[in-house]
Design a protein around this ligand. Structure first.
Ligand SMILES: C[S@@+](CC[C@H](N)C(=O)[O-])C[C@H]1O[C@@H](n2cnc3c(N)ncnc32)[C@H](O)[C@@H]1O
Length: 210
């Protein structure tokens, strides 16, 4: 997918944001040659699989200036880096347990001048900060994930949605979400015409029970 097609879904971007998003594919190609974080096959479809896919979260929520967002198991920076570009006044903490992936995240953030990204090499369970939202893609099953992050939410919400998890997920989620009656599924095909995403939903789970 051409970058212009991705950008057409977000017509209100500033020139800085357009420039940053347009540079991502080349930056990841350079980093990937040094440290392999994205498979060759995925690199071919970088703009849809990594960029537009991550940006589906921005179709559900506009993160507020000053809000804190955690990306758990960010890998090379997804969905955290594209979201940090879209919401430059929101603070993003990207955590991954593999150090070389965090090296790539730091490199990309530095090259793009993203001052709102902090990358942590460590386990999500050990992050001791509070957040408005936790985002993620392709890390683990929801019951385990909820255990990792359930004590990491600020109680007060400054958004239209109560604070919670926004998780890019695919497959049959019936069993996985059985214990989470408050989970809401947003099909990504509602946001973008293309239907190439293996991960087909953004799952929203509010932090507060009951
Ligand atoms: C399949 S990759 C997905 C990477 C990225 N979210 C994406 O969609 O491109 C899963 C990542 O989760 C990380 N991970 C798994 N368990 C973790 C944990 N407990 N804390 C932090 N990172 C973890 C792995 O190191 C790996 O980079």
């Amino acid at each position: 997918m051409e970058i212009n097609k991705v950008l057409a879904y977000f017509p209100d971007l500033t020139t800085d944001q357009v420039d940053q998003l347009s540079r991502l594919k080349d930056l990841y190609e350079d980093w990937n040659a040094k440290i392999n974080v994205i498979s060759r096959k995925d690199m071919e479809s970088f703009n849809e699989r990594h960029l537009l896919h991550s940006m589906a979260i921005a179709r559900i929520i506009a993160f507020a200036p000053g809000a804190q967002v955690l990306d758990v198991g960010t890998g090379g920076g997804f969905p955290g880096i594209p979201l940090a570009i879209l919401f430059p006044e929101t603070d993003f903490v990207l955590v991954d347990s593999i150090g070389k992936k965090i090296k790539v995240v730091n490199g990309v953030a530095e090259e793009l001048g993203l001052t709102n990204v902090k990358a942590i090499h460590g386990r999500a369970e050990d992050v001791k900060m509070s957040f408005d939202f936790v985002v993620s893609r392709a890390v683990t099953q929801m019951p385990k994930f909820v255990n990792w992050v359930k004590r990491k939410f600020k109680s007060h919400s400054q958004h239209t949605l109560p604070n919670g998890i926004l998780y890019l997920k695919g497959g049959d989620l019936t069993e996985e979400l059985a214990d989470f009656p408050k989970a809401e599924l947003f099909p990504i095909s509602d946001f973008f015409e293309e239907d190439f995403f293996e991960t087909k939903y953004v799952v929203y789970l509010p932090a507060k029970k009951g």
